[in-house]
Design a protein around this ligand. Structure first.
Ligand SMILES: [Zn+2]
Length: 421
C-alpha cells in the first residue's frame, strides 16, 4: 500500500519490498573473513565492492551518481526545480566485525526503493532527492566513526586523516587507495546546501519489539558523557587486616556502581553504565587497593546529563569519605545530544498515523550519521523494529512485513519533504 498522501496520483504502490529484501541478502554475502555475519570494515575491499553494487542499483533506479572526496556516494534523482536544495536520505553500509545484515544497509536500500517507485512512474518531486551512502559510520577500523558524514558536512578535523588502523594505514591512505585521484590532503569542503535529511535505521534496542510496533519516530540522538573514575584505598593482607580497619577500594567501587544505578533509575530518559573495572593489585589474597572504572551516561536532555553527573560525583565522594578512601572522576569524552527537528517529527508522526501506527517517541542511544547531518540541516529519523533489538550481531533480523510498512512510511515522508509540504 502506498501512502494515501499521494492517492490522487498513485493508486497502487510499486514499492518492492521483496526486491529490497533480496538485495539485503545479496549484500550480506559481500563480507571479509570466514566468520559468521557481515564483516565489512570501512574502506576495505569488501566495503568498496558492496558500495559499487549499491551504486549499480542507484543507477538502475534512475539516479546519477557521484562521489565526494571521502568516497561518500551521492545518488541524485532530479527534481522539477533543479536549483532547489535536495532532500537527502541516507545511511551507511560498512559494518562491525561479524555484524548484521540490516544495520545501515536498510536505510540506504529503502531510499533507493523510494526513488525507484518515483522513476518507474515517471514522477518528479519539486526538490531533487539524494540517496547517500556515508563511509565509515561504524568507526571500527580507525576507532573514530561517522567519518563520511563528518567529511561531507565539513566537520572532520585535519588530524583525523592521520588516524591509523591496526596495520598502520592512515585514513588518508585508505581513502586514496579507492580512487585514481590525487591523494586526499585536506578535509575542507564547501558546506552542502541541503533542505532536510531523513534516515531510516533499525532500532538497536528492544523497545519496538517490546511494544509490538513495526516502526516509529525518533525524537533525537542521546548525548553521551564518558568518565573514568579511580578509587584509592589501602591494599593489605586478606588474612591479617580486620574488617573494621580495612580501606577496601573494591567495596567502595561496588557502592559507587549501585549509587550510579540508583541515580539513573530516577529518570526514565537517562541511562548510565559502568562497563569496565580494573582491580589492583588483583590477587585473591590481597585487599583491593585501587579500582579504576568507566562511567557512560546518556540522555537526550543535556541538562539532565550534567546535573546527574554532578549528583553522582557528590554521592560517590560521600560514600568514599565514609569508607576512608579517595575517589576522583575524569571526563574522557562528551558528545552533545542532537534533537530531531520538530517539523520532521510531526511529519513522520502524521505519516505513521496514516498507516494506523501509534508513534512511540524513541531516543537513539547509539550514534548515527543523522546526528552529524543534524548540524547542517533539519534532521529526522525513523526506526524499524528489529528482532529482540539484537544488533551488531549475525542474529540481527528485520521481518519483511515491518520493512514493507517502513518503506511506505519513508516514501510518504520523502514525498512530502521533496514537495515542500
Ligand atoms: Zn548503523
Amino acid at each position: 500500500m502506498c501512502s494515501s498522501l499521494i492517492a490522487k496520483e498513485v493508486t497502487e504502490s510499486l514499492l518492492n519490498v521483496q526486491r529490497m529484501a533480496s538485495r539485503i541478502e545479496k549484500l550480506s554475502h559481500i563480507s571479509s573473513g570466514q566468520g559468521p555475519g557481515v564483516t565489512r570494515l570501512a574502506y576495505t575491499e569488501s566495503d568498496e565492492r558492496a558500495t559499487q553494487q549499491v551504486e549499480e542499483w542507484m543507477i538502475a533506479a534512475g539516479m546519477v551518481i557521484t562521489r565526494d572526496q571521502f568516497h561518500n556516494v551521492i545518488g541524485r534523482y532530479e527534481g522539477t526545480d533543479v536549483s532547489a536544495a535536495p532532500v537527502v536520505v541516507g545511511s551507511h553500509i560498512d559494518s562491525v566485525p561479524e555484524g548484521g545484515a540490516y544495520d545501515g544497509v536498510l536505510g540506504v536500500l529503502a531510499g533507493i526503493e523510494v526513488v525507484q517507485e518515483l522513476s518507474t512512474r515517471g514522477m518528479r518531486c519539486i526538490r531533487p532527492i539524494h540517496v547517500m551512502i556515508f563511509r565509515d559510520e561504524e568507526g571500527v577500523r580507525f576507532q573514530a566513526g561517522l567519518i563520511g558524514s563528518k567529511g561531507f558536512t565539513g566537520l572532520l578535523r585535519e588530524q583525523d586523516l592521520q588516524l591509523q588502523d591496526e596495520k598502520g594505514i592512515t585514513l588518508a591512505e585508505a581513502i586514496t587507495a579507492l580512487g585514481e585521484d590525487e591523494s586526499i590532503t585536506t578535509v575542507i569542503v564547501k558546506q552542502p546546501n541541503i533542505a532536510s535529511y531523513v534516515e531510516l535505521h533499525i532500532k538497536q534496542g528492544p523497545l519496538l519489539d517490546e511494544y509490538k510496533i513495526p516502526c516509529s519516530v525518533v525524537n533525537g540522538i542521546a548525548g553521551a558523557a564518558r568518565y573514568r573514575f579511580k578509587v584509592v584505598g589501602n591494599p593489605g593482607h586478606a588474612g591479617t587486616v580486620p574488617m573494621a580497619l580495612r580501606k577496601d577500594a573494591l567495596l567502595a567501587a561496588a557502592e559507587i556502581i549501585l549509587a550510579i544505578e540508583q541515580q539513573a533509575i530516577l529518570h526514565d530518559s537517562l541511562v548510565a553504565t559502568v562497563g569496565h573495572l580494573s582491580v589492583l593489585p588483583g590477587a585473591s589474597n590481597v585487599i583491593p587497593g585501587v579500582v579504576e572504572g568507566s562511567l557512560d551516561i546518556r540522555s537526550l536532555d543535556e541538562q539532565l546529563i550534567k546535573s546527574s553527573i554532578a549528583t553522582i560525583i557528590q554521592v560517590c565522594e560521600q560514600i568514599c569519605r565514609l569508607r576512608g578512601v579517595d575517589v576522583s572522576f575524569t571526563c574522557v569524552g562528551y558528545s552533545p545530544p542532537v534533537q530531531a527537528s520538530k517539523r520532521m517529527i510531526s511529519l513522520i508522526e502524521s505519516v505513521l498515523a496514516q498507516h494506523k501506527i501509534t508513534a512511540l517517541p524513541l531516543v537513539s542511544g547509539a550514534g548515527h550519521d543523522a546526528m552529524v547531518m543534524g548540524a547542517i540541516t533539519e534532521m529526522g529519523m525513523i526506526f524499524v523494529r528489529c528482532k529482540e533489538g539484537i544488533s551488531h550481531h549475525p542474529a540481527e533480523y528485520v521481518d519483511i512485513s515491518d520493512m514493507e510498512v517502513a518503506l511506505d512510511v519513508l516514501f510518504g515522508v520523502i514525498y512530502q519533504l521533496a514537495n515542500d509540504f
